[in-house]
Design a protein around this ligand. Structure first.
Ligand SMILES: NC(=O)c1ccc[n+]([C@@H]2O[C@H](COP(=O)([O-])OP(=O)(O)OC[C@H]3O[C@@H](n4cnc5c(N)ncnc54)[C@H](OP(=O)(O)O)[C@@H]3O)[C@@H](O)[C@H]2O)c1
Length: 222
């Protein structure tokens, strides 16, 4: 095994693509998600609510006990809501901050001691809308801007501990959910999950050893 990577949100569309890409590159992957199902091809801890700090810490401990020292963390868990300020619900802001940001904060806090031992790396999934938000994207973009600022601050904090910290900022990923929501769009302009995954694999690799604190747009032709 090249090294051990935890992928959160591993049961989702992008999480599955990232797990597969990293396994193909020779990494040992532990997936963590609240979904109970296992994709069968890698170690997987299901039923974990990553908004719960204690549950996240237990899952990361379990992953290390099962699969050995940890070298990297990929924060994929997240979600999306489109709603305007006029018609939306204030609770959506809490929901998106919990699922898009708190999950990553909890995973980083749980994994950091192990990552420091292994000269590790963190990659988180932000969003292009964190740079320029469109209508209806306020809560989502604000939560993903949180990922960008977590990335920048943590990268500075960890420079002397040997942990690199980066983020990718996709626009629209070509997923079944997006195809169903936007049936008339030109899907060829979107980014394939495998294409996002290969950028993540690069950011984890030795080829990116000089890269930390980057928030990299991965936007295809959107
Ligand atoms: N799809 C896009 O166009 C797009 C664009 C830019 C950025 N992104 C970001 O990319 C990431 C993956 O997106 P995706 O399209 O692959 O979404 P997805 O298929 O819904 O996958 C997200 C996964 O995260 C899990 N999850 C959510 N909250 C969790 C929690 N509290 N604890 C543990 N697991 C949790 C989900 O479980 P449940 O199914 O139980 O919720 C799901 O398995 C997200 O961070 C998303 O915001 C997506």
């Amino acid at each position: 095994m090249k090294s051990h990577v935890i992928v959160t949100g591993a049961a989702g569309i992008l999480g599955r693509a990232v797990s597969q890409c990293l396994r193909d590159a020779g990494y040992g992957v532990t997936g963590i998600d609240r979904a109970p199902a296992d994709d069968g091809a890698s170690a997987y801890l299901g039923g974990v609510d990553l908004t719960d700090g204690d549950a996240t810490r237990d899952a990361v401990r379990q992953a290390i006990a099962d699969r050995g020292p940890l070298h990297a963390l990929v924060n994929v868990a997240g979600t999306f809501r489109w709603e305007t300020m006029a018609d939306g619900d204030a609770a959506t802001w809490s929901t998106l901050f919990d699922i898009n940001l708190r999950t990553a904060v909890n995973a980083v806090r749980a994994a950091l001691p192990a990552l420091r031992e292994g000269g590790g790396a963190v990659v988180s999934i932000g969003a292009a809308s964190a740079i320029k938000a469109g209508a209806g994207m306020g809560a989502y973009a604000a939560s993903k801007a949180g990922i960008a600022k977590l990335t920048e601050a943590l990268a500075e904090e960890e420079k002397d501990h040997g942990v690199r910290v980066n983020a990718v900022l996709p626009s629209i990923i070509d997923t079944p959910a997006n195809r169903a929501d936007m049936p008339d769009a030109d899907f060829s302009r979107w980014v394939a999950p495998s294409a996002v995954a290969s950028v993540i694999a690069f950011l984890l690799s030795d080829g990116a050893s000089a890269v930390t604190g980057a928030c990299l747009p991965v936007t295809g032709r959107c």
